[in-house]
Design a protein around this ligand. Structure first.
Ligand code: 1GP
Length: 244
């Protein structure tokens, strides 16, 4: 079964939790340790990526090490075509649809398509929408972040992604965002969307994870919180709240 089919099948039974690990933030061995612990804690997939400082070397090492340590699907969450690893199971083949820079909308994807094919990576198409504050990824990607109260803006972008044939839509507040994507925005987008909705950025408490799930997120991503949190029971609580 493809990673995409596996995820969609699992989403039919409830919200999933994805762990995001940045290859630049810890050694490959540490990343593998975290992935192993998170698998035990109930996370459903490991996303590998970061906005800056992802190199072919740290990406390959991290992906290989995680793959050897756990049985979860590993999905590359790219920051460009400069590094793409065949050690992941799949790649979010994504377009930052509200970037002002065509390079982030289609340019990097053109550079990376033949490499993805050659590496036999499963591409999972995804519309990536930056919501205020957007943080580093919004800055690097030259996004025009959607305002937190602009529900219509978020709905329009999300539906355009679906109509363009993208398999998933991701509402991204930015890694380390002070406030995550508002639940009312998640709810409004979910109501009009037929493809799965992923939500991330700034989710670090069980309350925030629960609010995103109840608003209709099909998958909730946490990155920073997992990197910083040493307390296994706190991590379990966030995963539990995300999955319900
Ligand atoms: C970033 O949405 C993800 O792309 C995760 O954000 O690091 O704030 O959990 P955090």
């Amino acid at each position: 079964m493809t990673v995409k089919d596996y995820l969609i099948k699992k989403m039919k039974h409830g919200t999933l939790h994805f762990t995001l690990l940045d290859p630049d933030k810890q050694s490959a061995e540490e990343a593998a340790d975290i992935a192993r612990r998170l698998e035990d804690a109930g996370t459903d997939a490991i996303m590998i990526g970061g906005s800056t400082d992802v190199t072919q070397k740290n990406l390959d090492a991290t992906a290989r090490s995680i793959k050897g340590a756990c049985s979860l699907p590993t999905i590359y969450f790219p920051s460009g075509a400069h590094a793409i690893s065949g050690h992941c199971d799949a790649i979010f083949f994504m377009s930052m649809v509200n970037s002002k820079d065509i390079g982030w909308v289609i340019g990097e994807q053109v550079k990376g398509s033949l490499i993805t094919k050659k590496l036999k990576l499963e591409p999972i198409s995804m519309g990536y929408i930056i919501i205020e504050p957007g943080k580093k990824v919004g800055e690097v990607g030259r996004a025009e972040p959607i305002k937190r109260d602009d529900l219509k803006g978020a709905m329009s972008y999300a539906l355009a992604c679906e109509y363009l044939g993208m398999s998933f839509v991701y509402l991204e507040a930015g890694s380390g965002a002070e406030r995550p994507v508002p639940p009312e925005m998640i709810r409004a987008v979910k109501e009009i969307l037929s493809v799965p909705l992923i939500v991330g950025g700034g989710i670090r408490t069980p309350e925030a994870a629960e609010a995103a799930r109840k608003a209709g997120a099909d998958a909730i991503v946490t990155g920073t919180f997992i990197e910083r949190c040493q307390d296994g029971s706190e991590i379990k609580n966030v995963i539990r709240a995300a999955k319900g």
